[in-house]
Design a protein around this ligand. Structure first.
Ligand SMILES: CNc1ncnc2c1ncn2[C@@H]1O[C@H](COP(=O)(O)O)[C@@H](O)[C@H]1O
Ligand SMILES: [Zn+2]
Length: 349
């Protein structure tokens, strides 16, 4: 996204990003660097991002991640990718970021799941020491396709890092192709994670066929929901599901461009943001995969505002209220709220 396409108000708006997959967030310039490191892979740029006006099926989106994973398979790659992504979010006015990523083992390069997470943490610490103006935390992701055993291993790894990373690792994400695997097989691992104090953000009902799974996973309950596209009765879900989300007051992470480009939502004006926002339910605008979907968080706020006719004050409240949905402790929430107070005159000048 070029700067001049987004109104300066949305760029300067301080923002909280809670749903960003590391390898889906890799920008064009970083992809270029990766391609030049690995010319033998013969990967062209068109294979890693979905441009303006383009769409793919969700299935095709998952093919794109496979291509990016080929490009990012060493500690060096992960360090560069994570550092670039963090700096790009900071340049877009994001003041607090929860990055998520699936630790991968790559036997041919010596990458292990542990060194994968260590490298992301190293990137976060490096950005901090360089004075980049953003507070970054990490959620360890479980890819649902890998089943019970890997999920258990991932929980153990996340727990170890939660205890040793000075508060940088806060929780777990459940993601991956929603048409593969079933949440019931992952329930024991998620329950264990919750019991040891890891926060849970779960992709729920990203596709229509997951209502039974969502009903089951909502009883955990998770601390946040990714997408939740088909939970609401107006989207083919049910009042019972909405009631559970409301009863537990579980915030939703909503990613407009991701859902439209991945074709689970037909057009922006049909996005389920409108149902939850109207109810006054905590709804946080997020990017999902800013690289793959060629977007950024400022653009997503502007899209939400123009599609649903939100005033600047309403947009301000939307970004401010996201602070209450972060996984970091209350002291961090207070610091961020102070930052929003300090920045407001400048943004509304
Ligand atoms: C489009 N909607 C989506 N739905 C579900 N999972 C998604 C996703 N977008 C991304 N991921 C998950 O994030 C991984 C890439 O980042 P990391 O390698 O983990 O950093 C994908 O392989 C998938 O597991
Ligand atoms: Zn996601």
């Amino acid at each position: 996204m070029m700067d001049n396409e987004v109104d300066v108000f949305y760029r300067e708006l301080p923002k909280v990003e809670l749903h960003a997959h590391l390898n889906g967030s890799v920008s064009c310039p970083t992809i270029e660097k990766l391609i030049s490191r690995k010319p033998h892979l013969n990967i062209g740029h068109g294979m890693t991002a979905i441009g303006k006006g383009q769409r793919r099926t969700l299935d095709e989106c998952f093919q794109v991640f496979k291509v990016i994973h080929q490009l990012v398979d060493t500690e060096e790659d992960i360090l560069m990718v994570a550092t670039d992504v963090i700096k790009e979010f900071a340049a877009d006015g994001v003041k607090y970021l929860e990055l998520r990523s699936t630790p991968r083992e790559e036997k041919h390069t010596g990458l292990t799941k542990k060194s994968y997470i260590e490298t992301v943490i190293k990137a976060i610490k490096q950005c901090k020491s360089e004075g980049v103006d953003i507070d970054v935390r990490f959620l360890v992701a479980i890819d649902r396709r890998n089943g019970t055993e890997v999920a258990m291993e991932t929980v153990k790894l996340a727990e170890d890092f939660m205890l040793s990373s000075d508060g940088l690792v806060l929780g777990l994400d459940l993601s991956g192709d929603p048409t593969v695997g079933h949440g019931k097989d992952l329930l024991p691992a998620l329950q264990k994670a919750k019991n040891c104090g890891l926060k849970l953000s779960l992709h729920l009902s990203e596709v229509p066929s997951q209502l039974e799974e969502s009903d089951l996973l909502l009883d955990l309950p998770p601390d946040r929901i990714g997408h939740g596209t088909f939970l609401h009765p107006a989207m083919g879900g049910s009042q019972g599901l909405v009631d559970k989300v409301v009863k537990h007051n579980i915030p939703l992470e909503l990613c407009l461009t991701s859902n439209v480009k991945g074709q689970t939502v037909a057009r922006y004006s049909d996005h389920h943001f409108k149902h939850w926002y109207q109810m006054g339910h905590p709804s946080v605008i997020c990017t999902d995969d800013k690289g793959v979907f060629s977007t950024d968080l400022s653009q997503e706020y502007q899209l939400a505002a123009s599609t649903f006719d939100l005033s600047r004050e309403a947009v301000w409240k939307l970004s401010h209220d996201a602070i209450d949905c972060i996984f970091a402790p209350d002291t961090v929430k207070q610091q961020l709220k102070q930052k929003w107070i300090d920045l407001k005159p400048q943004v509304f000048k």
